[in-house]
Each structure stands twice: as structure tokens, then as C-alpha cells.
Design a protein around this ligand. Structure first.
Ligand code: CMC
Length: 381
């Protein structure tokens, strides 16, 4: 008789797919997309190039990149009824909920009952990557009572997103930092939101439903929502002396409270994306002046290293991303939507891979409830 598989909470370490998209070696802090180290991609490639790589399995030639970028730029606009949909949502709601609603709504405008059609899949992948930044920027303006700003096709993906937020073209450093942040967040193997996208996609639901469900999964504080909470948490440290930061961390650990921006299921060394973001933060602060919160973060990293470094708990990508975004003038509650704008590239790469030789996800469970109970009439219960 076949041995009963062991139940593993959180499916930790259980392979859920065979994939050639992303390699992580958490013991040494290594991350590669399609075999290319993240550090090299961040330095030399744009987000558009990175998405091409993720979706097509190879880096684009100059002509391929030009065509791909043009197709993304052409798909940036939103139908006015999607904008109407956003206008009807409560302005106090979280932008991640607005994003989920709008992406699910897109599926009604671009019906997807032909997900097996390769052209439909490719076009939908481009459309989703292109439209997410427009939705986030439009929602941000609508909730303030401003009209959305139409996307521009002459700007790069990251640059255009920043332009749509305030109507001003960002300077070269800000645009570069946003582009690198998008590349760093574009893909990360079988995390919760990517798994969600693959599970939804495996039922042959349309890609809009797969991405909408992935956005819902990303929103949680243990996943993408952590970047927002890091900044809120750092702001609660009122006295930024070494002793006080040490005491603050010790107290929090003693109460078994998680320190946001630290720890990772797969990294037992410092997240390589945090290293790249830290360098960008330094560059931004050299040009724009230092944020006091960055000094608090660096000191907290030192103290945490001494307190829990031996347990493999180090800063993850979210520890520095919020500090960088704040310096760029991005509102705190847009940090997780910015993560979604980036990660949609990875979700779709996984969805495309899942649909090649698809098998619907259907894990099992260990039943631990009652059995064979006698049902009493309601008057006797
Ligand atoms: N602060 C304090 N202790 C921690 C932390 C932390 N941030 N992370 C892990 N630990 C401890 C945890 O208390 C546990 O200790 P013990 O064995 O003594 O009970 C041990 O480390 C294992 O933790 P776990 O929660 O079982 O580990 P996990 O692999 O299930 O969770 C994690 C990984 C990312 C959910 C977790 O580290 C965490 O909650 N971190 C804070 C939230 C965060 O920053 N999330 C962003 C992750 S990176 C971006 C993304 O992928 O979305």
C-alpha cells in the first residue's frame, strides 16, 4: 500500500510545480530569473525587458524589445467604464481592493472563454501588465477627487506610472529607481500570490480572474502587505538611539510579535533584493538628503542581526522598499499596489507555464473531524 503523504503546514518545501522561471537558493541569498542573476537584471535591463524574459524565456533582441514595449504602451489605456467603476468605489477603501475589483471587471470587457488560444493568452498577458499601473494611478487620483491622467505611450513603463500619479514626468533617477524596484519585485517563484494565480489558472478560468485572485493574496500583511507595515512600524520607534532600538526589538521579540520586513520562508541569508534596494536608497539619499527613518532601519538591521541572525532571520525585500518609495513621494498605501504592478509580470509567466500541460490543482487533506454522527431533529439538539 502506498505510504500516506505527510501533512506539512503551509506546504513548506513541498514542490507544487516544475518551473523554469525563477531559481532561488535561500541559503546563500541567490535569485535568478530564467538563469540571469537579479543583480545583473536590475543593473542592465528595464522592467519591460525583464517581463519579456519572464514570458518568453529569453532576453529580447533590440527589435523584439521595441515591438514588445510598443504593444505594452498601446494597451495602457482604460475603457471609460472601468474608470466609472473606480469612481463608484468608496474613496476610503484600500487601493488593493480597488485593484482587485478593477482587474476582475476587466475580464467582463475582454471575455476569456478561449484561454487555450495562444494569441489570446499572449495579448491578455500584455494587456494586464500594461493596465495595472493605469488602474492604480487612476484610483489614487479619483479617491482624492481628481480626474485620472491618461497614460503616455512615449514614456517607459515605470516612468509613465509615476507620470500618471501627479501629471509630472519624473527625473531620471526617480524613474530609474522605480524601474529597478519593479524588476526586483517582478518574480519570486512559488510564493502565496503566484501559487494562487496558478491554482486559479489551472481551472482554465480567464487570466483576469487568476490575476484578481493573486492580488487578493498579495494584499495580506505576511506577503506583499508587509512593505506598508514596515514604515508604520519604524515610525513607532520614537527615540532612535541604539539602546532604545535594541530594547524595542527585544521587547517585541519577547512578546513573540513579528518584526515586519524580516524573515523569509526561503531566505536564510539576507534577501538579495534588499541589498539592491539598499544601494538605491543610498543613491537617493545622497541626492535628496537622508531620511531619519533610514537610519532607524539600518540600526534595527544591526540589532536584529545580533538578536536573531543566528536563526536565519534577515531583512527581506520589503524592509527597504517602503523607505525608498516614501522618498520618491509615493503614498504608503500604494506600496503594495506597486508590488502588484511589478509582480503581475511573474504571475502571468507562471500562468502561461501552468497552461502548458495543465493539470487542475487538487491537493488532499487530513480529515480530523467527527464521523458517522446521528442527526437529531432540531427540537432535541
Ligand atoms: N520577526 C520576528 N520573528 C520572526 C520573524 C519576524 N519577522 N519571521 C520569522 N520569525 C521567527 C518566528 O517567530 C519563528 O520563531 P520560533 O521558531 O521561535 O517560533 C521562526 O522565526 C519561524 O517563523 P515562521 O513565521 O514560522 O516562518 P515562515 O517561513 O512561516 O514565515 C514570513 C515567513 C515571511 C511569513 C515571516 O518571516 C514573517 O511573518 N515576516 C514578517 C512579514 C514580512 O516581512 N513579510 C514579507 C515577506 S517578503 C515579501 C513577500 O514575499 O511578500
Amino acid at each position: 500500500m502506498a505510504e500516506k503523504p505527510e501533512y506539512i503546514p503551509g506546504l513548506a518545501g513541498v514542490p507544487a510545480a516544475r518551473s523554469s522561471i525563477c531559481l532561488i537558493d535561500g541559503s546563500v541569498g541567490k535569485l535568478q530569473y530564467r538563469g540571469y542573476p537579479i543583480e545583473a537584471l536590475a543593473e542592465h535591463c528595464t522592467y519591460e525587458e525583464t517581463v519579456f524574459l519572464l514570458h518568453h524565456g529569453k532576453l529580447p533582441s533590440a527589435a523584439e524589445l521595441e515591438a514588445f514595449s510598443a504593444s505594452l504602451a498601446a494597451e495602457r489605456t482604460l475603457k471609460f467604464r472601468i474608470i466609472d467603476l473606480l469612481k463608484n468605489l468608496p474613496e476610503s477603501g484600500h487601493p488593493m481592493d480597488a485593484l482587485t475589483a478593477a482587474v476582475a471587471g476587466l475580464g467582463m470587457f475582454y471575455p476569456g472563454d478561449h484561454v487555450e488560444d495562444l494569441d489570446f493568452r499572449g495579448l491578455t498577458a500584455v494587456r494586464l501588465v500594461a493596465k495595472l499601473p493605469t488602474i492604480v494611478a487612476a484610483w489614487h487620483r479619483i479617491r482624492r477627487g481628481d480626474e485620472p491622467i491618461a497614460p503616455r505611450s512615449d514614456l517607459g513603463h515605470a516612468e509613465n506610472f509615476l507620470y500618471m500619479l501627479e501629471g509630472e514626468e519624473p527625473d531620471a533617477l526617480t524613474a530609474k529607481v522605480m524601474d529597478v524596484a519593479l524588476t526586483l519585485h517582478a518574480e519570486h517563484s512559488m510564493n502565496a500570490s503566484t501559487f494562487t494565480a496558478r491554482v486559479t489558472g489551472s481551472t482554465l478560468s480567464d487570466p483576469y480572474a487568476a490575476v484578481a485572485s493573486a492580488i487578493g493574496s498579495l494584499a495580506g500583511p505576511l506577503h506583499g502587505g508587509a512593505n506598508e507595515r514596515v514604515l508604520t512600524m519604524l515610525r513607532t520607534i520614537e527615540d532612535p538611539t541604539t539602546e532604545n532600538i535594541r530594547r524595542w526589538a527585544e521587547n517585541r521579540l519577547a512578546r513573540k510579535e513579528k518584526i515586519m520586513g524580516f524573515g523569509h520562508r526561503v531566505y536564510k541569508a539576507k534577501d538579495p533584493r534588499a541589498n539592491v534596494l539598499q544601494k538605491l536608497a543610498t543613491q537617493l539619499f545622497e541626492e535628496r538628503g537622508r531620511s531619519p527613518i533610514y537610519d532607524v532601519a539600518v540600526e534595527l538591521e544591526t540589532q536584529m542581526d545580533q538578536l536573531v541572525g543566528h536563526k536565519g532571520i534577515y531583512p527581506n525585500v520589503d524592509f527597504y522598499s517602503g523607505i525608498v518609495y516614501e522618498k520618491m513621494g509615493i503614498p504608503v498605501d500604494l506600496f503594495t499596489p506597486v508590488f502588484a504592478i511589478a509582480r503581475v509580470g511573474g504571475w502571468l509567466a507562471h500562468l502561461l507555464e501552468q497552461l502548458e500541460g495543465n493539470r487542475i490543482f487538487r491537493p488532499s487533506q487530513e480529515y480530523i473531524g467527527e464521523r458517522d454522527l446521528e442527526l437529531k431533529p432540531i427540537s432535541e439538539r
